[in-house]
Design a binder for this molecule. Structure first.
Ligand code: NDP
Length: 453
């Protein structure tokens, strides 16, 4: 480890103890930025990276609400406003019992570079709560969202901070949050993205993250004159990102064979086709059921429950060519990465944020497979959120084809930035360095221009 990375990590760990995911995310980017600092002492002198790792503002608040039995419940709410050098804060809200300050800080930090890569004017943020929407009635979710917004509204705004969805926050939650914001502020502005089409949402926003991850895989394959047609693909998760990853894979003639949730995964050797995907969408988005039901309905599929005693995830141990981790952070460990490569996977496009632990990333880089890290591969979601903001400002919706073609172009540009930047900094084919440095430079230059603030 270089002395710069050593020093930064010692400081980060001392100042932010018990936040291992934040340490992991910072270390990965610091190792890439080290290559920039070698050539550009001006960034080092201005302590740009040291400033980027310190959130500009951190908001933590109590969210009290009443459940259907009349019992008072208390959750914790957060918003991390990480960096606004290139635009208003932008990033999702996550509602999941695993949410902590450290998880949201890692996500907000990643968001800074991801948003920069899209080339749209968006700073980085993330927020959420340890609230678990699973098993709650619609009314309970509504009351929670209203209470959450009763505090959040004073910190956000169409030109200040524009939250969106993430794990546990989909169209239903965005609707409740927006309704309460509008009531409190008495303004109809584009303060949240991922809205419904009839009141300011953008076409293709629900699809954007999954579609974008597939476009990224397709761009990577094109560097070897290959396409996705006929490729067997492993997909994890079964929420928003996983569903639209499968949809786009089918359009490209690929064969997705797995999906998962926190209880286990299904492997369907015959392939998940359009009809089966429709079943999954209804199961997850309407009935809010478990993925196990897929194997009850389709006999070609086998369900395997999560086994906490196992030191690897069997989902990543099937013969395939491509993998799209689309559930959550750190779902691929070193052994999983080795299993993937051993089973023939040579394309990994991360729909989720930081789904691969550092040792797993090392395996991918050592074996020189086509590996796109989350901040590049899943940037399509926030990119279309940026396009939703533009449409809201103009009060003019764009047709589906226009948004999709802009999304494709943005993913092409991100891919090109990764490839060219990796090459320029002496690590050709390394999309990790390409994404980290590509995202860093734009933010760093803006911070140099704007002085020491
Ligand atoms: P959803 O809530 O729609 O789906 C999440 C899926 O992952 C569910 O199947 C869920 O299973 C599973 N999951 C969540 N946590 C865990 C866990 N701890 N262990 C195992 N499985 C888990 O979320 P999204 O699809 O929106 O998000 C998925 C990933 O993509 C996240 O990493 C998110 O940060 C990232 N992302 C999302 C974007 C978006 O636009 N939505 C944009 C960019 C990145 P279960 O139902 O059992 O919890």
């Amino acid at each position: 480890m270089s002395s710069f990375v050593n020093d930064v990590m010692a400081e980060v760990k001392a100042k932010n103890p018990a936040e291992p995911e934040f340490h992991q995310a910072v270390q990965e980017v610091a190792e890439s930025v080290d290559l920039v600092y070698e050539r550009h002492p001006e960034y080092r002198a201005a302590k740009i990276f040291e400033r980027i790792i310190e959130p500009e503002r951190l908001i933590m608040f109590r969210v009290a609400w009443t459940d259907d039995r009349g019992e008072v419940r208390i959750n914790r709410g957060f918003r991390i406003q990480m960096n606004s050098a290139i635009g208003p804060y932008k990033g999702g809200l996550r509602f999941h019992p695993s949410v902590t300050l450290g998880i949201l800080k890692f996500l907000a930090f990643e968001q800074v570079f991801k948003n920069s890569l899209t080339s749209l004017p968006m700073g980085g943020a993330k927020g959420g709560s340890d609230f678990d929407p699973k098993g709650k009635s619609d009314r309970e979710v509504m009351r929670f969202c209203q209470s959450f917004m009763n505090e959040l509204y004073r910190h956000i705004g169409a030109d200040t901070d524009v939250p969106a969805g993430d794990i546990g926050v989909g169209g239903r939650e965005i609707g409740f949050l927006y309704g309460q914001y509008k009531k409190l502020v008495n303004e109809f502005t584009g303060v949240l993205t991922g809205k419904s089409l009839s009141w300011g949402g953008s076409l293709i926003r629900p699809e954007a993250t999954g579609y974008g991850a597939v476009y990224m895989a397709s761009e990577m394959l094109a560097t070897r004159s290959e396409t996705l047609k006929g490729k067997v693909c492993l997909v994890s998760g079964s929420g928003n990102v996983a569903q639209y990853t499968v949809e786009k894979l089918l359009q490209f003639g690929a064969k997705p064979v797995t999906l998962s949730d926190s209880n286990g995964y299904i492997y369907d050797e015959a392939g998940i086709d359009a009809e089966k995907l429709k079943f999954v969408m209804d199961l997850k988005n309407v009935r809010r059921g478990r993925i196990k039901e897929y194997a009850d309905k389709y006999k070609s599929a086998v369900f395997t429950a999560v086994d906490p005693k196992q030191d690897f995830n069997p989902l990543w141990n099937h013969k395939a060519q491509c993998a799209f981790p689309s559930a959550t952070q750190n779902e691929i460990n070193r052994k999983d990465a080795e299993n993937l490569v051993k089973n023939g996977v040579y394309v990994v496009s991360e729909g989720a944020n930081m789904p691969t632990i550092a040792e797993g990333v090392e395996v991918f880089l050592d074996r020189k497979i086509l590996y796109a890290p989350g901040k590049a591969a899943n940037a399509g979601g926030v990119a279309v959120s940026g396009l939703e903001m533009s449409q809201n400002s103009m009060r003019l919706p764009w047709p589906r084809e226009e948004v999709d073609s802009r999304l494709q172009q943005i993913m092409k540009n991100i891919h090109r930035t990764c490839v060219e930047t990796a090459e320029r900094f002496g690590t050709p084919g390394n999309y990790v360095n390409g994404a980290n440095i590509g995202g860093f430079l734009k933010v760093a230059n803006a911070m140099l221009d704007q002085g020491i603030v």
